[in-house]
Design a protein around this ligand. Structure first.
Ligand code: SF4
Length: 413
């Protein structure tokens, strides 16, 4: 756990953010997040003592993201068990025995669904209705998740470990006083390997690293769509393998890098030693920049429609409300948008006026699906995920507060 280096009063109720200091080790994804928006990185990882006891801002789970986590998690469990059993293929009799011992693939997937749903119980951002809907959707997708795991497994090549290697468990990644511990990896398939470049303060967790003679193959399972960032990430894994003198004391070179998607494997060119040197230089600069941002106590916001549209902490970010939210007149029919204003008079059983907080002028007619919405007249609110409704009889824009919308109380600006 890192110490807070500063506080941001976000202006939203119960959302005073104690900012995190730089981590002991950076990962590819965390560096990317800082590069995209340092403020978002910090707000997502800050602690909110007035909101809840857990670390970070409560996430806003989506079924597709949880589905990806279910597939990845189940794959992790099965690949680990198969690699430890020394199978050569997921189609072998031995592999069938291992799967049976795990209770069968469906049971592994169901267990993963349960694990993904459990944190939603204590998430203050996820109400009962949303929780039930996500649980229903995710459980309904169990057969598809099972098929996906099988698809990845069918293309996975396993190499049994040498006896010296198999006598050591894959315990890499166990943190001891902040230092990830590793061991020299020998012949065979090694799942979930943590690789570290100590001199860079950089680490990565490789899904499957296989050593056969002098050949080293690195595979990363990707449950989402193909993206250029996946290439970057795998090149970074090649750098970590090259630099990790505990896991790779013989400095074996990477022979192949594979991004394994649901439908196909993509081979990524292995960086040359010159490429690795250049990567080291750029990562050193990135890490210096990320450290400076986090130590500043006020990480820079980088507002833009592309950055902010899906930002899960935009309700806490003044730059977003000042610079990115759109004028009501520019929003098309049934488009989704966010809006800040003050709740005015009730207009009907399920509709309220939203007024300009400064002038009191009526700006928006807000319809709700419930007669008891989570606000009262006079509340200054940030409304996330409203749907623009067309009403030819209304003189002002009309929006619907749906079950997926969120309401945040502004207590200072
Ligand atoms: S809303 Fe935009 S600027 Fe603000 S933290 Fe999120 S991504 Fe960064």
């Amino acid at each position: 756990m890192t110490q807070a280096v500063g506080t941001i009063d976000t202006g939203v109720a119960s959302s005073r953010a104690l900012l995190p200091s730089p981590p002991n080790y950076w990962s590819y994804s965390s560096l990317k997040e800082v590069e995209t928006c340092p403020r978002r990185y910090a707000l997502v990882r800050a602690t909110y003592p007035d909101l809840w006891d857990s670390h970070g801002y409560p996430s806003l789970p989506s079924t597709p993201a949880l589905f990806g986590d279910v597939v990845h998690g189940a794959l992790e469990v099965v690949v680990k068990a198969l690699a430890e059993a020394g199978v050569e293929s997921a189609h072998s009799i031995e592999a069938t025995r291992v799967l049976r011992e795990l209770g069968g693939l469906t049971s592994v997937v169901e267990e993963m669904v349960t694990r993904q749903l459990a944190p939603l119980e204590s998430n203050p951002r996820v109400g009962l209705d949303r929780r039930r809907r996500i649980a229903r959707e995710l459980r309904a997708q169990t057969p598809d998740a099972r098929v996906q795991v099988q698809t990845y497994l069918s293309r996975t090549v396993f190499v049994p470990r040498s006896s010296a290697s198999s006598s050591m468990r894959d315990g890499s990644g166990v943190a001891r006083r902040g230092q990830p511990t590793r061991r020299a990896l020998g012949k065979g398939s090694h799942p979930e390997v943590v690789l570290v470049a100590d001199e860079l303060r950089l680490l990565g967790r490789v899904d499957l690293l296989t050593i056969a003679g002098a050949s080293v193959d690195i595979v990363d399972y990707k449950t989402g769509v193909e993206a250029p960032g996946h290439h970057e990430q795998l090149r970074l894994y090649a750098l970590l393998w090259d630099a990790d003198d505990q896991s790779n004391p013989a400095r074996l070179a990477t022979a192949s890098l594979t991004a394994a998607y649901r439908d196909r494997d993509v081979d990524i060119p292995v960086p040359s030693s010159e490429d690795l040197d250049a990567l080291r230089v750029s990562l050193t600069a990135q890490i210096e920049h990320a450290d400076v941002e986090l130590k500043s106590g006020a990480p820079t916001p980088l507002p833009s429609p592309a950055n902010c549209e899906r930002c899960t902490v935009r309700q806490l970010c003044g730059a977003y409300w000042d610079e990115v939210t759109r004028e009501l007149t520019t929003i098309g029919e049934r488009e989704w948008f966010d809006y800040e204003g003050k709740i005015g008079k009730q207009n009907g059983q399920r509709s309220w006026w939203v007024v300009d907080p400064e002038t009191g002028i009526q700006r928006l007619l807000l319809r709700t699906t419930s007669p008891t919405p989570p606000f009262s007249p006079g509340d200054h609110v940030r409304l996330l995920g409203l749907r623009h409704e067309l009403d030819p009889e209304a003189n002002t824009p009309v929006a619907l507060l749906t079950a997926a919308s969120e309401v945040f109380q502004v207590v200072s600006s």
